[in-house]
Design a protein around this ligand. Sequence first.
Ligand SMILES: Cc1cc2nc3c(=O)[nH]c(=O)nc-3n(C[C@H](O)[C@H](O)[C@H](O)COP(=O)(O)OP(=O)(O)OC[C@H]3O[C@@H](n4cnc5c(N)ncnc54)[C@H](O)[C@@H]3O)c2cc1C
Length: 325
Amino acid sequence: MDMRVYIVGETLGGRLTEETMDLASFVHSAYGRMPDACFLPSCKGDDAAHELAGLTGSTVHLLRSGDDLCPPGRALAEKIAAIIGEGRPSAVFLAQRFFGLELAPMIALLLDAEILTGVVAASGWRFTRQVYGGRFVEHTQPARDRVVCTVFTSPRRHVALEHPSRGRVLVHEAPPADDRARLVGILEPAVSTSPLPEAEVIVSAGRGLGGKENLHLVEELASLFPRSAVGASRGACDLGWLDYSRQIGTTGMSVSPRLYIACGISGAVQHTAGIRGAQTVIAVNIDDQAPIFNVAHIHVVEDLKTFLPALIDEMRKAMAGRNLG
Ligand SMILES: Cc1cc2nc3c(=O)[nH]c(=O)nc-3n(C[C@H](O)[C@H](O)[C@H](O)COP(=O)(O)OP(=O)(O)OC[C@H]3O[C@@H](n4cnc5c(N)ncnc54)[C@H](O)[C@@H]3O)c2cc1C
């Protein structure tokens, strides 16, 4: 099918996000070519737009916002839909994070396109997506000739992008944000352990922890590994046990550690979407049917309050033995 493929990227502090690179990689592996055009909403992303044009060779539409921040509102969706315009069948890909999830339905509505969320693969006009909390995958072929997809990105999955020819950067002044929703700021997280994206080992806490008083178990285990960090499910963050800056998943961070240890986390798709880049996943859960075991390489069916102290103890002994030897 003769179709146009677009991505809508993101910037943070004027820099391209990893998710944007991964979207371009996703399109390249799915279609054997780079996107026909990339959209980059940004207030100070001129350098990022040129970088993206260099990496992909695609035309980059820099949607420059007069606001300090570039909220994913209807005005932005209208601009993107207007540039795509009428014409050939097209697929628009956004990252399955808060920005993409907010913007995708608006673009789909304006283009009269189908919308597919949780997309994990694409080939021509066939798409694979996760459904029912990640328990099943669906292969689907949209009936309309336009589709907008949100894709589960994985920062370390993307191949090193480079393109022999540099794409053009077209600058558009994005209309001011509409009044109904206003992004008033982005809070910098109060980080207490290693930054999650850089950690090689992440030990994460879920609601199965039972209470904040047990958090020390997760922190102690993490402290036994170099370059480690403590992560969390949204369930644990909602309960105030950990700061939201520790949240992993679709509305949190996407991480790619060498080892991910999920403690008392059920494994909702919104969480596991954030650990797709992890090399090895160990899950500790009392429920042997917990969905986290669908993605875990090592299953520990045990009460974490029993297992974690025993593991910490054994690791300390092994480390002490190594130091003596
Ligand atoms: C739009 C949207 C976005 C979302 N984004 C995110 C996101 O980014 N990240 C995220 O994590 N979630 C996200 N969620 C929420 C997600 O759907 C789940 O509700 C959440 O991940 C559940 O957190 P949990 O696994 O800690 O808690 P639960 O689902 O309550 O699971 C607790 C687990 O602990 C186990 N357990 C209980 N006691 C013990 C014990 N003593 N020892 C061992 N195991 C035990 C239980 O068997 C259970 O499996 C989002 C939801 C929505 C609707």
